[in-house]
Ligand binder design. Structure first.
Ligand code: NAD
Ligand code: UD1
Length: 351
């Protein structure tokens, strides 16, 4: 049985990916500092696996700690080898992800994202674990484009968060070049992950003030925010609001499983792959679909454009479809309905 280390595995995308891997029979070791998640998610994952799936599921383990603690990380790799269950691949989600916070506190972001990745890769190298899937982002592309973004589109991040992602991709490339017979590396560049597992038990938790559209819709519906501010109504799009490529988090989770399989079945390599649906929706379309499908009221007003926004960010996902034997199965309606189910579940626990 192979063991996959999932850093940041109790976060939004990590928890869904753990579920997806476990149901396919892979064993999973989660390392998470809980800086943006809670231990409750570990129980949620275990319960979902126990209650909903067949007996061939993998085993899941959790260790609380920060990846930057390199001695501790070395001990984990060493221990797994000593019990004859070595970590044979890694999915690296752990990191900080708020664009706004990264602008205000770049030291925190460079330290958290870069140093944790350096620590992880140095342990991997030491213990001969050479396969990694890294969580990159569409935010590394230059935000002025028409049409779909390919992996060869210009990379020019405009905030510290994006700079850390771009730098990690560069670092991983250097590592690959250092010994082309050794490393298997895939950067998955996510577009806009949204939605939740269909059970409504896991989804996107936000610690602090959210800045992304779907978590904000949740705040407006729950009454914590009076209305949604739509950033700009004069963009060159069909209704004047920005277009994004929203990908359901379970489809994204499946893409990680496919990426691991690809690395397992192919020789050493370094690849960057867009993970999106290839379809874009405007903010107004999302508001309309979300409110109609879930029968909720979403009051909104228009405000100025947000700095750093681009009119349209849509993936060319041809490479993912070709290489990964993967295809998104969910649509924008699933994203809206599953997000709302998770929101209702969360609100029912608060009451
Ligand atoms: P998340 O914050 O929900 O999950 C990240 C997890 O990593 C959290 O559980 C957090 O506690 C943990 N963590 C952070 N720093 C750590 C450290 N030093 N050591 C150990 N654990 C640590 O975020 P997410 O939305 O699940 O995103 C996962 C990854 O995908 C991130 O790297 C993010 O930058 C990237 N990404 C996210 C999006 C998005 O919109 N959600 C888009 C593109 C890329
Ligand atoms: C943002 C980040 C990006 C990051 C991505 C996923 C910025 C400029 N970009 O992208 O780096 O990779 O999140 O974490 O922050 N919107 C509103 N009102 C709101 C919130 C959003 O109108 O209150 C609009 C935005 O203008 C955008 C769309 O909704 O058109 C989606 O926004 P968001 O969820 O923040 O994602 P991105 O802007 O694509």
């Amino acid at each position: 049985m192979s063991l996959v280390l999932i850093t940041g595995g109790l976060g939004f995308i990590g928890s869904h990916t753990c579920l997806s891997l476990l149901t396919k029979g892979l064993d999973v070791l989660i390392i998470d500092s809980l800086v943006n998640s809670s231990k409750e998610n570990f129980l949620n994952i275990k319960n979902l696996v126990k209650n909903n799936y067949k007996p061939q599921v993998g085993k899941v383990f959790f260790l609380k700690g920060d990846l930057r603690n390199n001695k501790w990380l070395d001990e984990i790799f060493k221990k797994q080898i000593s019990i004859d269950n070595p970590i044979d691949s890694v999915i690296h989600f752990a990191g900080l992800k708020s664009v706004e916070e990264s602008v205000l506190n770049p030291i925190k972001y460079w330290d958290a994202n870069i140093n944790s990745t350096l620590s992880l890769l140095s342990s991997m190298e030491k213990f001969n674990c050479n396969s990694i899937v890294f969580s990159s982002s569409a935010t590394i592309y230059k935000p002025v484009y028409e049409g779909r973004i390919t992996e060869n589109s210009l990379k020019e991040p405009i905030n510290p968060y994006g700079n850390t992602k771009n730098t990690i991709e560069t670092f991983l490339k250097d590592l690959y070049i250092s010994d082309k017979k050794k490393w298997k590396i895939i950067n998955l560049r996510y577009f806009n992950p949204v939605g939740a597992h269909e059970s409504g038990k896991i989804g996107e938790e936000t610690v602090g003030k959210p800045s992304n559209l779907f978590p904000i819709l949740g705040k407006v519906i729950s009454g914590e925010m009076e209305n949604l501010s739509i950033f700009g109504k004069d963009w060159p799009t069909k209704d004047g609001t920005c277009v994004r490529d929203y990908i359901h988090v379970m489809d994204l989770a499946e893409a990680h499983f496919s990426a691991l399989q690809f690395l397992k079945n192919n020789p050493t390599q370094f690849k960057s792959i867009n993970i999106g649906t290839g379809k874009g929706y405007t903010v107004l379309e999302i508001v309309e679909k979300y409110s109609k499908l879930n029968n909720v009221d979403i009051p909104y007003k228009f405000s100025d454009r947000r700095s750093g926004d681009a009119s349209s960010v849509v993936a060319d996902n041809t490479l993912a479809l070709e290489l990964l034997n993967w295809k998104p199965q969910k649509n924008i309606e699933d994203c809206c309905v599953d997000s709302y189910r998770f929101l209702l579940n969360k609100l029912s626990k608060i009451k």
